[in-house]
Design a protein around this ligand. Structure first.
Ligand SMILES: Nc1ncnc2c1ncn2[C@@H]1O[C@H](COP(=O)(O)OP(=O)(O)OP(=O)(O)O)[C@@H](O)[C@H]1O
Ligand SMILES: [Mg+2]
Length: 387
């Protein structure tokens, strides 16, 4: 967690609205590029939901969760059991060991074994069993005054169906929650992940479009970036301070991307401390040096994995005026930077290569068929390279 979470007021307001639903018509997706603060925002939502009477279950979704429907079911049951294991469902009396006159109370809780035993006894497919167990559990939770259960999954872009193996865990998840919500059972999904997540869900089940409210995280504004840097200093009464010029330098390098803010500030602190230890007064942030370090720590590895042709294409894209927002294949083909290449890219080339670059996590295709860099500020890095 950052010492101070800057901005995100609108997102928080929206989350509060969503958890105030009594009949669940909307689930939530929190999406954005790498390092935009999805995980930390999800973490701040958790206590808010719990305070509001919700149970909060979930973890990171690894690729292995999504191997099969059984894996997914085990994941859901495991996560549910963590929050329900303290709920006592029955109390019985039995004679105390070795004594015929005294009895003791034995309690059964909604722990994993209880959930799994009940689940196994429900007939039908995995989806029938999951719906069955979640339906059966709800009245018990309601009796404890709970408002509902939120299943919150980070890195949910890892979810996938596998038609070749006849395994559809992603569709299963959507089917189960949609069916429960139709029956007015308050089980809600909160998913976070890269921008590929929502298109993936809609591709699996078109109704996913109506099931989710999608919040796309943007970079912080300059003011919010300043807050992210200065508030922790102020709150901890730290002797370090940054001048308005230094703050502006941080903004210029990071453009409000939280991961970069954290990275640049760490470097700046190191320089400040070094200066103070050497008896000097730090004056300005060495932006060139920090930028070079960022290039080699963050971008270089991702860049080195590409072929020469892929780099040439990425370079053309970085020359587009809209390279940091979204672009179409045709714009790449027609740009003078492409036409000036020894071997210019055709439309079908570009399509093919963008698809390979998507698989490599550098590019993503949005719902309107346009493309964007999947890594923040990648265009700037490429323009700094001699291709
Ligand atoms: N609003 C914010 N204010 C200050 N710092 C933030 C904010 N959001 C995120 N950060 C910091 O930025 C970094 C990246 O955040 P986080 O890990 O949540 O991003 P993410 O979107 O989950 O990234 P990934 O896609 O790689 O999982 C963390 O160090 C976090 O503390
Ligand atoms: Mg994350």
């Amino acid at each position: 967690m950052p010492p101070f979470l800057a901005g995100r007021e609108n997102e928080t307001k929206e989350f509060k609205r969503i958890i105030s639903q009594t009949t669940i018509l909307e689930n939530l997706i929190l999406t954005g590029l790498r390092g935009l603060g999805k995980t930390v925002l999800l973490e701040t939502f958790k206590p808010m939901a719990i305070q509001d009477g919700w149970l909060w279950a979930g973890t990171d979704l690894s690729e292995s969760t999504s191997i099969s429907e059984d894996h997914l079911a085990t994941r859901l049951l495991t996560d549910l059991s963590v929050v329900t294991s303290s709920v006592v469902v029955s109390t019985t009396e039995r004679p105390m060991f070795g004594l015929t006159t005294k009895t003791e109370q034995v309690t059964a809780a909604l722990d994993y074994v209880t959930l799994k035993t009940t689940y196994d006894q429900i007939p039908g497919l995995v989806s029938d069993k999951l719906k069955g167990i979640l339906e059966a559990v709800w009245p018990l939770l309601q009796r404890c005054g709970k408002r509902g259960v939120i299943f919150a999954y980070d890195e949910a872009q890892n979810l996938a169906d596998h038609a070749a193996k006849d395994q559809y865990p992603l569709s299963l998840l959507l089917d189960v929650f949609q069916s429960l919500q139709r029956k007015n059972l308050p089980y809600m999904l909160v998913l976070t992940g890269l921008p590929t997540l929502f298109p993936k869900l809609v591709e699996a089940r078109t109704y996913a479009e109506r099931m989710f409210r999608v919040i796309f995280l943007d970079p912080l504004t300059e003011q919010e970036t300043n807050d992210a840097v200065t508030r922790p200093i102020k709150d901890s009464k730290c002797p370090v301070s940054f001048s308005p010029t230094s703050l502006h330098t941080i903004w210029e390098i990071t453009k409000g991307y939280p991961y970069f803010i954290q990275y640049v500030c760490r470097e700046a602190y190191d320089v400040w401390v070094q200066n103070v230890e050497d008896g000097k007064t730090p004056e300005s942030i060495p932006s060139d040096a920090i930028m070079r370090k960022l290039d080699s720590d963050f971008f270089a590895g991702r860049w080195a994995r590409n072929t020469d042709r892929q780099r040439a294409l990425l370079w053309v894209i970085s020359q587009l005026p809209n390279s940091e927002s979204e672009f179409a294949v045709q714009e790449v083909v027609e740009h003078p930077a492409n036409k000036g290449l020894d071997k210019a890219f055709s439309g079908s080339h570009v399509n093919q290569m963008l698809s390979a670059l998507s698989d490599a996590g550098l590019i993503y295709k949005n719902r309107h068929g346009k493309y964007s860099f999947a890594v923040p500020l990648l265009g700037g890095f490429i323009r700094r390279q001699a291709v």
